[in-house]
Design a protein around this ligand. Sequence first.
Ligand code: DLL
Length: 420
Amino acid sequence: MPVDERAALQRDRLRGLVDRLLATGGVQGARLKEAGVGGGSDVAPADLHRLPFTTKRDLWDHYPFGMLAVPRDQVAAVHGSSGTRGRPTLVAYTRADLDLWAAMCARSLSCAGAAPGSIVHNAYGYGLFTGGIGVHQGAVALGATVVPMSGGMTARQVRMLADLRPDILTCTPAYALRLGEAAAEAGVELDALRAGLFGAEPWSEGLRGAIERVLPIKAMDIYGLSEIIGPGVATECLEQDGLHVNEDHFIVEAVDPASGEPVADGTPGELVFTTPTKQALPLLRYRTGDIASLDRRACPCGRTLVRMSKVIGRADDMIVVRGVNVYPSEVERALLATGLVAPHYQLVVDRRGPSARLLVACEALTGDPRAELTRALHEALGFTAEVFPLPGGTVPRVEVGKAVRVVTWDEGDPPLPGLA
Ligand code: DLL
């Protein structure tokens, strides 16, 4: 779509959203009134940065149904996070929202090279988590054949991959690696696979390389969050150079996480989304906590949708070790760039003593890589992390759900054998 045409669409849709929020009279409507907004005609996309934010706290405070913008009986489904990293969040969808979600996931699948007739092996978890059902509905809407594997039971997954010969694989990046290794161990060749859409957790270019070495595919990044809709908010095209944001439905901004002020394109900031077309849970300027930069330059693929970089980390995932801010993905990038370790690692923040230590548990490919890894990490992070090469298979592999990259050691035995 030409950029001007989409800007006009965004303007009209944003005005409609503001009118709906004001009419609903919930927390978002009240904040708009306080900000002096009397109706949709008062706002334009260029003024978006002056409007109030919405946060996860609002969802918690109004859990489960307090932020609905439609009567409860129009809610066709709910999804959410289990709350392993905090309190549970619940999001609601009308039938129209489910159709929008399916369309956005279909668009994402096709952006990554899937087409009607594709076979999509979907190993995202099904259930309250949005990954499985979101991608499933997208594959159906695209006219593909979906294999609803969900996560786990890796031997069975390998069997289905061998028997059904899918061309598209969808799962978390950590599980893609696990599946590739398990297929190789079982002597199964996955020569029909062409592309994968991996997301739900941060991953680096190094991990992309590792996945593309164990699987005969192009590995693409797919981003989303339950609050906005689930997967299908943004996806990489075959250029593998940034994720196209479906900004006709999800208007994106990047802001300074501390001040909340907009940052320039190309500068990492916290992603903030507005959902002008969602019905059950429309959100105005929702703060994601995810750090990435935006790129409005034309993409060789021809899509005019703004691109976001891979997510660098979450504002709340940042580890602070001796005053230095570290995102797990920076450690991943530095580790894998050495080519000396397998792409399985875990960061242990030892908080038992007066000053925190960062322990990096990894698996060496050959020899003792400690000196070189310590040097590479020092160069990347600016302080000394302690490297622990452990025997192959010691670092936990993820089978279900999201990879746990960081654990804290507060007291007692080390979280992994071999650490000290
Ligand atoms: O993880 C939605 C999803 C499912 C996206 C499947 C892609 C594929 P939530 O469980 O609500 O939803 O978690 C959302 O996960 O705020 C990010 O911190 C993180 N996340 C999601 N996708 C990516 C990605 C799904 N591609 C939270 N890269 C988000 C980095 C991601 N982080």
